[in-house]
Structures are given as C-alpha cells and as structure tokens.
Design a protein around this ligand. Structure first.
Ligand code: UDP
Ligand code: MG
Length: 338
C-alpha cells in the first residue's frame, strides 16, 4: 500500500561548532524557510529545527538557548564535547528519528542553498527514503580543497566505496532510513559512504554552494584528513590487498636478484655490490614499514570498534515537545512534574 507522504513532519538538523558568528543569521533564514514550508502546506506544523552544539568553546550554546527561548520551533542539543561533524549530524538525526517523518541535514553556515529543500521534499513525497545532495560545482572551494576532494572521491570509488562524487552532508533521510542507519554501530563514521550502503530507494538533488558569509571553516586540515582516512578504511580492504600485491612484487624482484647474483658469480663479474644492497635495504625497509603502517591502521580501528564506546552523549537538551524521550531539561521536567 502506498502511504500518504504529503505534509510530513520535517526536522532540519544543523551541526554547530564554534558558530557564534553565523548562528543568528542562519537561524533567522532557517526559521523563514521553515515558516514558508509550513504556510504553503508542504510540511506539518510540528516541524522543527534542531541545533546540535558539537562541544563549542565560544557562545554557540548560549545563542542556541536564546533561540530556544524565543521560538517553539527550535530544539537545542548540546554534546558533552567536540565529537566532529559526522557524529554531531548523527546525534541530531538519531534524536529526531522517533519524532519526525524525515530529516534534512544542513551546515550551520548555510553555504548550501536552502532553496533545494523543496526539491528534497518532492523526491521524498515521490517515494525516496534518502535524497542525496550533490553540489553543482566546487567554484567556492580553494585550489587545494578542490584538488584534494577530486583525489579523495576518485580514490574512494577505486577502493570500491559506493559514493556519489561531490555528495555532501546536505541530505534528506526518512524515518525508515534513519532506523536502518541506527543499526550501524561503527565509531569511525563516514556518513556519505554508509548511507548509500543502506540500499533503500534513493534519489539525487543538485544544489549550489555559496561562500561562507560569517566565521571561518571549522574543518581543519587534520579533521579533513581524519574524515578521508575514515572514508577509505571503513569501506575497503583494498589497501591491505595492495600491500599483499606489493609483497608479491618485491618477492619476484628478490628472486630475479638471486638469479642475477648467481649468474654474475659464475661468470666472475662480481662487484662489491654495496650500492645495490643498500638500495634494496632502503626499498624493502620502506615497503615493509608502509605495509605495517596500513595494517596497523586497520588493527587500530578494529581495536576502537571493539570498545563500542558511545559516539556522543547529550549534555543538555532544550525541546518544546512533550514526547522528546531523551529530554531532561528544566522546562520539560517542570512540565512533566505538573
Ligand atoms: N562542524 C561540527 N563539528 C566539527 C567541525 C564542524 O559540527 O568538529 C560543523 C560546522 O559548524 C558546520 C559544518 O560542520 O555546520 C561544516 O563545517 P564547515 O562549514 O566549517 O566546513 P566547510 O564548509 O569548510 O567544509
Ligand atoms: Mg561550510
């Protein structure tokens, strides 16, 4: 039976890390957007905006508290410390999944075109459980970011990960898709790779990206490299196979060298061989170290995964909704006690 997918309840999930400069402007624009969607009967009156403070060190949480005080449509979640963009999005989506029909995740700087939301929702109403946002171009990125992103997506695809090139964390997920996502227990999260792996009906929406208006990028080089490493190692064992192939190659070269040395020995052309030995030591030593490093990376990640530590922990929760299960904030406790 085809369920009625018109006028569902939307939760817009916004991860925020040190976003005091951008937050108020973005909140105003998002409230306008949500108001418009409600007025036009596209989403239900219960729809919300969820700000997830990812352990910010500036005034982000105070601003979220202020926004929560002024608007019934705003929910605030505060993570106990900085767990990274991917975990902040996950925390918001997992919190929202029992309340809403679908979520749309968007960055707090609103670099992604909010007007694509209607297109996301239309795809959902037509039956998609996941709608992937794919950026139209990388015009707003610097040369280095453009180059590293292209390299990253090409590597990911070569490694066998099922990932859309230039996909972003601007996407719609239905409650059903969120339920499926909650079954993935891994700690090293790379949502752009995991979500296509869920396999439910999906579609793609293209959107424009604008330059960041307030504040600076919160994605430091080390955060970007960690994300890339998470992406590659959590989806593929190809690096290990590559090491295996390198090992075979090195062995073949070694055998070739033995034949060469025996030949030289018998025909009396022996030289002292100092340079070739030294080179072999360096090349083989390097290959061994590299191999150990890659294997170590997997072993290390395996070790982290076996701990099954919680990926986030809510410190404080601000919600105007009675059925927010995880809520223990003062307004809600007061309401429950009366
Ligand atoms: N972000 C986060 N935790 C972090 C780093 C970033 O929640 O540790 C959020 C940030 O506030 C923003 C989004 O992730 O909403 C994307 O970050 P940013 O816009 O700085 O990345 P860029 O657009 O430069 O790739
Ligand atoms: Mg940004």
């Amino acid at each position: 039976m085809e369920e009625n997918r018109k006028k569902g309840t939307l939760c817009i999930v916004v991860p925020c890390y040190n976003e005091e400069e951008a937050l108020l402007t973005s909140a105003r624009l998002l409230l306008e957007k949500l108001g418009g969607l409600k007025d036009r009967g596209i989403v239900s009156e219960k729809s919300r905006i969820i700000f997830v403070d990812d352990g910010s060190k500036d005034k982000t949480w105070e601003l979220i508290e202020q926004l929560y005080g002024e608007n019934r449509e705003i929910t605030g979640l505060r993570l106990a410390h900085n767990r990274g963009h991917q975990n902040a999005i996950l925390a918001g989506m997992m919190y929202a999944k029992d309340y809403c029909d679908y979520t749309i995740t968007i960055d707090a700087d609103l670099q992604q075109d909010v007007n694509a939301m209607e297109l996301f929702i239309r795809e959902y109403e037509e039956g998609s459980e996941v709608v992937f946002g794919v950026r139209n171009s990388r015009k707003t990125d610097g040369f280095l970011k453009k180059l590293s992103a292209t390299f990253f997506y090409k590597t990911m695809r070569f490694m066998g990960a099922n990932i859309y090139e230039n996909s972003a964390d601007y996407r719609l997920m239905s409650a059903k898709a969120l339920d499926a996502l909650s079954e993935y227990g891994e700690v090293n999260l790379f949502l752009r790779g995991i979500i296509p792996d869920i396999g439910l009906r999906s579609s793609v929406v293209h959107f424009d990206v604008f330059p960041r208006m307030q504040g600076e990028s919160k994605y430091s080089l080390s955060k970007m490299l960690t994300l890339a490493a998470d992406g590659i190692t959590s989806f593929s064992i190809k690096p290990i196979r590559l090491v295996f192939c390198m090992g075979i190659l090195a062995l073949l070269v070694g055998f070739g060298m033995i034949i060469h040395i025996v030949y030289e020995h018998y025909f009396g052309y022996t030289s002292d061989g100092w340079s070739s030995i030294l080179m072999s030591i360096w090349v083989l030593g390097g290959a061994i170290l590299l191999s150990l490093g890659i294997i170590g990376e997997y072993v290390g990640r395996n070790y982290m995964e076996t701990k099954r530590r919680p990926r986030y922990y809510f410190w404080q929760t601000l919600s105007h909704d009675d059925n927010c299960k995880a809520c223990s904030c003062k307004p809600c406790s007061d309401e429950k006690n009366t």
